[in-house]
Design a protein around this ligand. Structure first.
Ligand code: ZN
Ligand code: ZN
Ligand code: ZN
Length: 321
């Protein structure tokens, strides 16, 4: 198994500090890779309508803001796939412009495909920008579970995207790899979560050097049929990018964090600490709620998780596969 340090931090984000992480290998640019386009929970950071100190700071200092959780999957032949279509999709497409030469007008195919995790605000509503009122995209493959595809195809306004062929749904079978080329495959895995409209998946991206599991939203690990640590081992995962919505139970005065779901960062650390210290797994947290103290760049909580060998995922990072 191979490990890596920080590959790149674009757009002025704060680079994560992993003082004892191995140096960045000098890898050829032909490797497929992931680019982090956003790391905030669905409500954004600064969070909609919130005037807490952290959100106000993010408003006044754009270096500390975060877009809604999303990553781009970049194949070695230059094709680009979005993982989730967030309410911040306009700015996230801008963050991919270096990969595609502009044509001087609207690009009807700004990405080569979109993979969706589930039907919650932060993960699919950006699809609207692919539609008639905006990009009016042309036949972008839309990869999702059969239940998610059925939900989108039979409910407006999403059904219009399908009817106008702005997107072409492709049903994924969870557990079965979709081979994008000889260097890259994507496999959806069903995960437990609030499934009001459809179901929820995480994605395993397998490249020539690494297998990265991305699960931005899930119920607590105790709801997984197979314990997380065992599941990661079985799937030979080298890097896990996991739901870090809340740091701990006492985070949202007036709301029951347990009822909202999500594993807590401190529980994930306990569960995976051994593998991380042994060097067989790298773990990044993402999908941060504005209440999460790891958002404070120099805060004690961030230092605490980094001291345990874990990392806060930052917008702009690139991870080679
Ligand atoms: Zn979410
Ligand atoms: Zn806030
Ligand atoms: Zn969700």
């Amino acid at each position: 198994m191979l490990l890596f340090g920080v590959a790149a931090c674009l757009w002025g984000c704060t680079p994560p500090v992993h003082e004892d992480a191995p140096p960045v290998p000098n890898e050829p640019s032909t490797l497929p890779r992931l680019r982090v386009l956003g790391t905030a929970q669905d409500g954004g950071f600064p969070h909609a309508a919130c005037s807490c100190d952290r959100c106000e700071l993010a408003r006044s200092d754009p270096r500390t803001e975060r877009l809604v959780a999303s990553i781009a999957l970049i194949a070695s032949d230059g094709r680009v796939f979005l993982v989730d279509a967030t309410p911040d999709i306009r700015r996230q497409l801008d963050r991919l412009r270096d990969l595609k030469p502009g044509t001087g007008r609207v690009d009807r195919a700004p990405v080569d495909g979109v993979f969706l995790t589930h039907a919650h605000l932060g993960h699919y509503t950006g699809l609207g920008f692919l539609g008639f009122e905006a990009i009016h995209a042309q036949e972008i493959p839309l990869y999702a579970t059969p239940r998610m595809v059925d939900f989108l195809s039979s409910n407006g306004p999403w059904s219009q995207l399908v009817d106008l062929r702005n997107v072409v749904p492709v049903k994924l079978t969870p557990g079965e790899p979709l081979v994008l080329d000889e260097q890259l495959s994507v496999t959806a895995f069903r995960v437990p979560h609030r499934d009001e409209f459809a179901d929820t998946v995480g994605y395993l991206f397998a490249g020539p050097q690494r297998r990265v599991f991305y699960v931005p939203d899930t119920d607590g690990w105790e709801h997984w049929e197979t314990p997380l640590e065992e599941w990661l081992e079985r799937q030979e995962v080298d890097v896990a990018i996991v739901d870090g919505t809340f740091f701990s139970m006492d985070e949202l005065p007036g709301r029951d964090v347990a009822a909202i779901g999500h594993p807590h960062v401190i529980d994930t650390i306990e569960r995976l600490r051994e593998k991380v210290s042994a060097g067989s797994l790298r773990v990044f947290f993402t999908h941060f709620n504005h209440s999460n103290p790891v958002l404070d760049a120099d805060g004690e909580r961030r230092r605490q998780i980094e001291a345990a060998g874990f990392a806060v995922l930052d917008d702009g990072l690139e991870l080679p596969l």
